[in-house]
Ligand binder design. Structure first.
Ligand SMILES: [Cu+2]
Length: 350
């Protein structure tokens, strides 16, 4: 019903506009076409200036209202460099924005149609065209090159002392897997995924590397130590968003992606720096992935190596949990219960 009224209102508005146009046409005939045209030009030109001034005031007000909502300092070594790149980009594009927008509206006012003013026209000016093509092209190339440098850094091979954490997204939460004492993540097979059997990631229990792998819903990282995230998804495309570290990476089903960075401050240090005693680093999903997308947030704890070791030691491995839950049968029957081809899993992050 409301849709019907909207159509009626739009129709009436259209009729009103047509009537106004008709009326102004008659007024123009009575007053003289030229004079009306000039009045209209002056009105439009003034509105252009009003738009510019209101727009710039709006920009300032938005900045004042939102400046306290900006993220705190970058919490990763790579994030500091990425922030610097953002500043350089914003300054360059900001200067261009102000110059072009102010000129656009001021010129629209200054060169409005007036009695005795003739527009000049020339067909081409290759000198101007060369500069307005070459300068933006060169600037954009430099900005893109800086961006690519950072992209190649975070997606390249991680330093040898990096710890590895596997990140898996699913509708609608995140799972983190740590390789345990052996330092190796065990094999996975998507056909083995079964929440009811304590196997949310499809770990292949016959692979001994899996026996000490810890699965957590919280991401624990060590301050000052590079971490390599091996990212995947169980269903649709998600995105590992790390706003405090200034990084993000898509989580694509079947196509593992990686990302490495070095956390700079522990959660406790960040709480002090932000003046918020309850500060918690967040990992958020940056890809609209379904009805529960908004809730796809995980906590990140950045701590010292000692605190991390203590935490990891206090965690039960997923294998142990599955065993205690009765989901893993005795050794003799285990292999028989697996799908035949799963002894050589097709899909694995290792
Ligand atoms: Cu999502």
């Amino acid at each position: 019903m409301s849709g019907f009224f909207v159509v009626i209102v739009l129709l009436l508005l259209f009729i009103i506009v047509v009537q106004i146009a008709k009326a102004s046409e008659y007024v123009a005939i009575l007053k003289g076409e030229k004079k009306t045209q000039e009045q209209n030009n002056r009105l439009h030109a003034t509105l252009m200036l009003v738009f510019l001034i209101v727009g710039l005031i709006g920009l300032y007000v938005c900045h004042e209202l939102l400046k306290d909502k900006l993220l705190p300092v970058a919490a990763s070594v790579q994030g500091v460099a990425i922030d610097h790149m953002m500043t350089v980009t914003l300054v360059i594009t900001g200067i261009v924005f102000f110059i072009t927008q102010i000129l656009l509206f001021v010129f629209a006012y200054k060169y409005r149609g007036r009695e005795g003013h003739q527009a000049s026209y020339y067909h081409e000016n290759s000198k101007i065209e060369f500069f307005w093509t070459a300068i933006p092209a060169l600037t954009m190339t430099i900005l893109v090159a800086i961006g690519l440098k950072h992209w190649f850094t975070i997606t390249s091979a991680a330093p040898p002392n990096a710890m590895v954490v596997e990140v898996t997204g699913k509708q609608f939460n995140w799972m983190f897997r740590y390789p345990g004492k052996d330092g190796v993540l065990g094999k996975k097979d998507y056909r083995l995924i079964d929440e009811g059997k304590f196997n949310p990631l499809g770990q292949v229990w016959s692979d001994p590397y899996n026996h000490d792998d810890v699965v957590s819903s919280e991401l624990h990282l060590v301050v000052g130590r590079p971490v390599k995230l091996e990212i995947g998804s169980r269903d649709v495309i998600h995105d590992v968003g790390l706003p405090y570290f200034r990084l993000k990476m898509d989580a694509v089903p079947g196509v593992p992606t990686t990302l490495w960075f070095t956390p700079k401050y522990t959660t406790a240090q960040m709480a002090k720096m932000t003046g918020d005693p309850n500060f918690v680093y967040k990992l958020v999903c940056d890809q609209l992935c379904g009805a529960g997308h908004y809730s796809m947030v995980a906590n990140i704890v950045v701590e010292t190596q000692q605190e991390f070791d203590q935490w990891l030691a206090s965690q039960k491995s997923q294998y142990q949990l599955a065993k205690e839950g009765g989901a893993i049968p005795s050794d003799s029957t285990r292999m028989a219960m697996l799908p035949v081809s799963s002894k050589k899993p097709e899909v694995s992050l290792k």
